[in-house]
Design a protein around this ligand. Structure first.
Ligand SMILES: Nc1ncnc2c1ncn2[C@@H]1O[C@H](COP(=O)(O)OP(=O)(O)OP(=O)(O)O)[C@@H](O)[C@H]1O
Ligand SMILES: [Mg+2]
Length: 383
């Protein structure tokens, strides 16, 4: 048998703690702990806009106060007495001080790191600082991505304004020269006058189409595209688009065909989606040499999505251009001299905006003699 431990400081507690008193001790500590916790939560509510350091200090104070309150209540019940009581209170007090010290160090670090993040955000361009605590690091990385996206968009917008003003200036200068020549009577022979009139009409139509596209794109970017959705069949949309593009294909000598498996019902704005599909088909015809084929297909893909695709014989889009074709004002060729049938690089950006407003996806792959643009939309359930 082990001999009994000597009493600390020579003073023994008058009564030993008996097991029957345990529920009372737990109840008193829990009750006081709850009171202190409630006071802590109230204090945190009042201080919620203050520094994280203040919050951490409140957490430690609450923990220490709850422990102290329990200990004080028990000592007052005379369960422990004399030197033991002093020891327990001192240990709790020292623990509390250590906790406060650690909280202070931690708070300084958190405050320091958040100041480092704020300073980095003020720098242009913003680069996420490394070595931050996990949550701050996540905020920094998210901010970096958002800033990079914003910068890319801003760059694209600036590029668009520069290119559009260039694209407007060239035909406008031509229109002005032709109008002045007609006005001054410099051209008088009926054949040239008729040619100038035809040319003026063509240029005005092209400029109007470009202004329409810019207007549509700005509505898409502003989130102001209003869709009036109804249940339509992709097969019908393909048939209508084919009929509309047939004259253009014939003029270019391109063979335009369509295949549809079933009606393929979707919930869509027929006019908007028709515009997106027309943009794909016009591109396909424009980039396919004569005698080659452009094929429109409507069906349901392996994932059960409604799918409409336009496959052409353009010879393939350079791999490095594939991810960029949907960018505003991207036109592929290095020289940006407007050609008779060249566009402003807006058609695919508009198509993408319309498809995404329908909760769909648009993509492109090189395939066979050319490339295949594909629109996927949610299939109407119950079909
Ligand atoms: N079917 C295609 N085959 C090959 N290249 C294509 C095809 N569709 C688009 N592209 C490339 O992507 C670029 C962007 O196409 P987009 O439709 O946005 O503009 P655009 O046709 O040049 O002008 P816009 O549509 O405004 O009249 C084109 O200039 C072309 O380089
Ligand atoms: Mg186009």
């Amino acid at each position: 048998m082990t001999p009994p431990e000597p009493c600390l400081g020579g003073t023994c507690p008058p009564a030993m703690v008996s097991v029957s008193e345990l529920p009372m001790v737990v109840a008193v500590s829990a009750g006081l702990g709850l009171l202190v916790a409630a006071a802590g939560v109230w204090a945190m509510g009042r201080l919620r806009t203050r520094s994280i350091g203040v919050m951490l200090a409140v957490v430690v104070v609450v923990a220490v106060a709850a422990t102290l309150a329990g200990v004080v209540a028990i000592t007052m019940k005379m369960i422990i007495e004399g030197a033991v009581k002093d020891f327990v209170l001192s240990v709790v007090a020292v623990g509390g001080l250590v906790g406060l010290g650690v909280a202070f160090v931690l708070a300084r670090r958190v405050v320091g790191e958040s100041r480092r993040l704020v300073a980095a955000v003020r720098d242009v361009p913003f680069r996420a600082p490394l070595g931050l605590p996990a949550e701050l690091q996540e905020i920094a990385s998210t901010l970096e991505e958002a800033y990079a996206r914003e910068r890319a968009l801003e760059g694209a917008r600036r590029e668009l304004v520069a290119w559009v003003s260039h694209d407007l200036r060239t035909p406008l200068a031509g229109l002005r020269a032709m109008a002045e020549a007609l006005e001054d009577g410099v051209v008088a022979d009926p054949a040239t006058v008729a040619r100038y009139h035809g040319q003026i009409k063509l240029e005005v139509e092209r400029l109007s189409a470009m202004v329409d596209d810019l207007f549509e794109l700005s509505r898409i970017h502003a989130g102001a595209l209003r869709l009036s959705r109804a249940r339509i069949g992709l097969a019908d949309l393909v048939a209508d688009t084919l009929a509309g593009a047939e004259p253009l294909a014939r003029a270019k000598g391109v063979v335009l065909t369509a295949e549809a498996t079933g009606a393929v019902p979707v919930e869509a704005d027929a006019a908007a989606l028709g515009r997106a599909l027309r943009n794909l088909v016009v591109n396909a015809i424009r980039h396919t040499p004569s005698e080659r084929a452009v094929v429109l297909r409507a069906g349901v893909d392996e994932q059960g999505m409604a799918c409409v695709s336009v496959a052409d014989g353009c010879g393939g889009i350079p791999e490095e251009d594939l991810p960029r074709v949907f960018e505003v004002a991207f036109r592929g060729e290095a020289a940006r001299t407007p050609t008779a049938d060249g566009g402003a690089g807006l058609g695919l950006a508009i198509a993408q905006g319309i498809v995404e407003a329908h909760d769909g996806m648009i993509g492109v792959v090189n395939e066979g003699p050319g490339c295949r643009f594909e629109i996927r939309l949610p299939l109407v359930s119950g079909s």
